[in-house]
Design a protein. Sequence first.
Lengths: 278, 319
Amino acid sequence: MKVVALARFTFLEAVRRRFVAAAVGLTALFLVLFAVGTHFAVRELETSSLLLPSFRPVILAQLLLTGVWLVSLASGMLGIFASCGTLSSEIESHTLQSIAVKPLHRWEIVVGKWIGLTLMASIYTLVTTIVVIAIVWVRSGYTAPNPAVAVAALVLQASVLVSITVLVSAFLPNLAAGIAVFLLHALAMAGGIEEQIGVVLRNQTMQDIGVWLSVLVPTDAMGKIAASALQSSPTGGVIMPGPFSVVHPPSPWMALYAAIYLAACLAFAVARFERADL
Amino acid sequence: MQAGDPVGLATRGGASATPVVRARGLRKVYGSRVAVAGLDLDVPEGAVYGLLGPNGAGKTTVIKMLLGLSLPTAGSVTLFGRPNSDPHARARVGFLPEHFRFHEWLTAVEFLDFHAQLYGIRGAERRERVTTALDRVGLTHRAESRLGTFSKGMLQRIGLAQALLNAPRLLVLDEPTSGLDPVGRREIRDLILALREEGVTVLLNSHILSEVERVCDGVAILDLGQLAWQGSPTGIGEGRIEVTAQIAGGPPELLDLLRRLAPDIMRDADQLSFTAPDADTVAEVAAAIIASGARLYRLEPKQPSLEDLFVRLVKGRDV
């Protein structure tokens, strides 16, 4: 019950923040613009004589991947910057003193906060991803191969980012924690791009670097799983390379690894917080 | 360590002899700096116990270690006979931190309801406790106001309300009157005295000595992380009454006569000053002055205050 109270409180606190409200407002604006852009792109595809009809799904998939990549980036940023002060800044401001003295275990505080923040980031990711997929489907009729897998992978990505941030916030102050986790996420994205280029160029070293970076920070791998579940090939064979498409999707086992990684981050955050002076 | 009269520290009302708070060998080291050096402390049940000390003496560090907010480098703490790490031990503890900052986007009722949930209080009882706590600190009329609109004094009172939600048997107040006006201070003092009547043990950390002297049954003075003195404020004067007197005339051997009663007596023109172990000695000195034929115009015994003791201890360390 106390964990639920802390989770509910953290969720409400997070959604009341000004930057979260700003992010939601800007996301709504983005979705409107994306819908308008999709409308005109589909009209061009329908009237163009330059494009083979069999390539239409590929173009539509690229459009969808662009939209999904942008909302996943936004959800990652939201998760990181909503969580980056959750332990350190509340220790600094002494807000936690009146909470930690209550008859509860310290792990309940960390887990309660994590649930609240993960819930907030997951709801944002779930809603925005579904809306982007729906916009493309409604306007063009394009049906992604596995939209449910894509949504689940992106929710897992947001959850992993929140978990890493909660862990880092047990060590670093507010903004430093946010920047550190964002850079880790960026590193993972760079590794993912390098791996895909390595596949196209058939360079094993580039592919290995990408794989090891995805082991270090498995957030981009979740993005790749989502992208591969949304993209379509003209013949059902080779995927057309693009900025957001995936030539060589990660193993589905990466999702299990990400879940274990998430739990490990939470466990380390609890262990650190158990020893912290408040 | 110097010890005062332990009578004032005895358990009130003959209740359980197990101290509500017991610390043994409590030590806290930050890097090379020793903040608290091996503190032993017992706070008996039902007492209002004051923790005093100059800035940097380690008072807040001690309170944080007692409540499990800070882990001691060495030593142990029990609350109600249980280790302070046990949540059950903290179930009947209320705490108002010194540097509190509450969630200002909440209304007073929402804030108290959240803290009541953390105490594990449910349903109708929770609503009742919130209402009672608001009433007790005089904030019923601001129940639906956001904490962000509260003055410093009102925030102090809402902080006190959250510490009273669980009907605590131990209330720990870290500088509870800082930032309050005289009326607010008096209200807090009256509340502490009322809680004492209800049998609540209060551990009070305050730098306002007069405040501590008025409400506390027992006092511990910390200095440089060590216990410099503990005892009852009412027992401070016992064994040491400082007396000044104004006399005129008297035989040359008067001073020698009086030295038999007060060995440290000194005369400067018509002024006498000495210390006496008790009031009877003071009366005997007065009688001896009159019996010698001298005129006694003024005799002023002065009980040392907590402030005198505090200054003496801290200055004594500086010498």
